[in-house]
Write a protein that binds this ligand. Structure first.
Ligand code: OGA
Ligand code: NI
Length: 197
C-alpha cells in the first residue's frame, strides 16, 4: 500500500498531478461499481451543485453529472473499504509530507451518456478548506471514442487523462483548472477532496 502512495506522491511532486494507473484492486472496484449502479437504479443520486452551501446554483450548463455522498453511516462494506484506503492515504500524506489534512468528503459520480463538467477550479472562492482533489475511475472497458476524458490545464500544456478503471488522480484543488469532456457512454467515478481547517 505504501508503495502505491509513493507512486502517487512522486508523480504529484514531479508534475503537479499524482497519477496511479492501477490503484484500486479489481475486486473492490467491481464492488464499488455495482454498489454505485444499484444506488443509481434506486434513484438515490442527486444533481450535482456548483459552489458551496451559501450560493447553490443548479447549473446544468456547467455540469450534468449526478452524485451520491459516501458516508460510514450507510454501513456499506465497500464504501467503508474505500474510506479505509483514504484514511491510510491521509495518514501517510500527513506523516511523510506534513500535509495537515484534517478531513475529507467523497461522492460517487454518475455521468450519463452526454454529460460533461466545464472548466473549473475545485476550491470555492469563499472557502479554502478543499486542499486536494482526488478522483478514482470505475469504468471497466473504456475505449478511445467514449469521450469523458479529464483535461487538466497546466500553465503551458493540457494533460488528458482517460477515465480508466482503478486509476487514481490527485492534485491541489486551488491550483489546477480542469474539465470533464462530453462522454458517449455512462462514466462512473468516485470524486472527493482532502480538507484542512
Ligand atoms: C469534479 C471533477 C473530474 C473527473 O468532480 O470536480 O472535476 O474526472 N471531476 O470526474
Ligand atoms: Ni473538479
Amino acid at each position: 500500500m505504501e508503495e502505491s502512495f509513493e507512486i502517487i506522491i512522486n508523480s504529484f511532486i514531479e508534475s503537479r498531478v499524482g497519477v496511479h494507473d492501477d490503484f484500486l484492486d479489481k475486486v473492490l472496484s467491481r464492488n464499488l461499481k455495482e454498489n454505485l449502479l444499484l444506488l443509481y437504479q434506486e434513484k438515490q443520486f442527486k444533481s450535482a451543485k456548483i459552489g458551496n452551501n451559501s450560493k447553490i446554483q443548479d447549473n446544468k450548463l456547467i455540469r450534468s453529472d449526478l452524485i451520491y455522498w459516501l458516508d460510514r453511516k450507510h454501513n456499506n462494506e465497500y464504501e467503508n473499504s474505500f474510506l479505509d484506503l483514504i484514511d491510510s492515504f491521509v495518514k501517510y500524506l500527513n506523516r511523510t509530507c506534513y500535509s495537515g489534512i484534517t478531513g475529507y468528503e467523497f461522492h460517487y459520480a454518475f455521468y450519463d451518456k452526454g454529460s460533461f463538467y466545464k472548466r473549473h477550479l475545485d476550491q470555492f472562492k469563499d472557502d479554502s478548506k478543499r486542499a486536494y482533489s482526488v478522483i478514482m475511475y470505475l469504468n471497466e472497458d473504456w475505449q478511445t471514442g467514449d469521450g469523458g476524458e479529464l483535461c487538466i490545464y497546466h500553465a503551458n500544456h493540457t494533460q488528458i487523462i482517460t477515465p480508466i478503471n482503478g486509476k487514481f488522480v490527485f492534485f491541489k484543488s486551488s491550483e489546477l483548472e480542469h474539465e470533464v469532456l462530453l462522454n458517449f457512454k455512462p462514466r462512473l467515478s468516485i470524486t472527493g477532496w482532502l480538507t484542512t481547517n
